[in-house]
Design a protein around this ligand. Sequence first.
Ligand SMILES: Cc1ncc(COP(=O)(O)O)c(C=O)c1O
Length: 374
Amino acid sequence: MKVSFYGHVRQYHNIQREIDANIRKVLESGEYVLGPMLKQFEAELARFSHTKFAIGVGNGTDAIWLALMVLGIGPGDEVITHPNTFFATAEGIWIAGATAVFADCCPKTKCIDPAKIEAAITTKTKAIIPVHLYGQCADMRAIKKIADKHKLRLIEDNAQAIDAKGPDFHIGELSDAATISFIIQKNLGTFGDGGAVITNNAGLDATIRKLRNHGSNQRNVHSFGFNSRLDDLHAGILSAKLKHIHAWSDQRRQWAARYTAGLKGAKNFDLPVELPGYRHVFHLYVIETKKPQQRDPLVKFLVDHGIDAKTHYSTAIHKQAGFPWGKGARVVGSVANAEHNAACCVSLPMFPELTAKEVDCVIAKVMEWDRAQK
Ligand SMILES: Cc1ncc(COP(=O)(O)O)c(C=O)c1O
């Protein structure tokens, strides 16, 4: 049996009529950029996110540097994040012209460890970017306390955790802004690239709206800006999918529970941890081999047996060749947890349209590998 890593086409077929209807609506409207479908989707996304505003932009990376820029963060400033995230988190900091400061992650959640943040703060520190990695929220209450104490801005990189929740907070509630990616493989993904910023700050909303559109919110009137808009065709696709996201997250959570039950007791890897009270939406279901040298053989074993396993992310950012490419960067103390995560992570197939048979097949193969280890 073959098990693929993504279910994009299955998902399209399941809701084809809704997606096609929205695409047709946009095509027939004659308005494809900053048109009515984008406006509709932004209102739907803000409502879904419990925030006052949502601004559609070109992609999740632009969302990060736009948010930083609007908060006045740039050259000479430091922004704290962790090194076992997707490269774009750091890239957003560098595009804004700031220095990326890497603190270690929590060994359980793999999100930034709040206990490691204060040691990274200097007089230059202006912001923290926690990443809700793999679909589970970082400990925003603890991070917010630190941000308030040191008067720092907070931007949540929420590329991976739409519809996740903390025990007593929503994403976007405790920060200046949260950024979202809609690239196809995300839990809410379009057939291409897209992104958004959600915020409760009216000034931030107004400035990002201008910046994304050549510094303009009125025809022929410009200040400095960029072109980074979410196209109406993508907004239409995302609007159709947004109606299903909660049910899809629930389904992901069910597959995660099935994986966890089936893989319990294995001796050669650790399972993902969902913190009590958190709603983890399992963008990825990531196990970690006990030893780094076990990781590539496990991935190869699965791929050889038709199961498309991947790694997220097998090289911590500060270990990429050529780091930091002349950009500002600092690693604070030991980042051993992040390095262990990078060296040992294996992502198993995870998407709502999986079948029980496929999940059980993955479990059987992973356990077969586990039993074969000395
Ligand atoms: C954690 C994280 N941040 C930022 C991004 C950047 O998003 P995009 O690819 O839409 O630019 C991604 C995904 O690609 C991501 O996983």
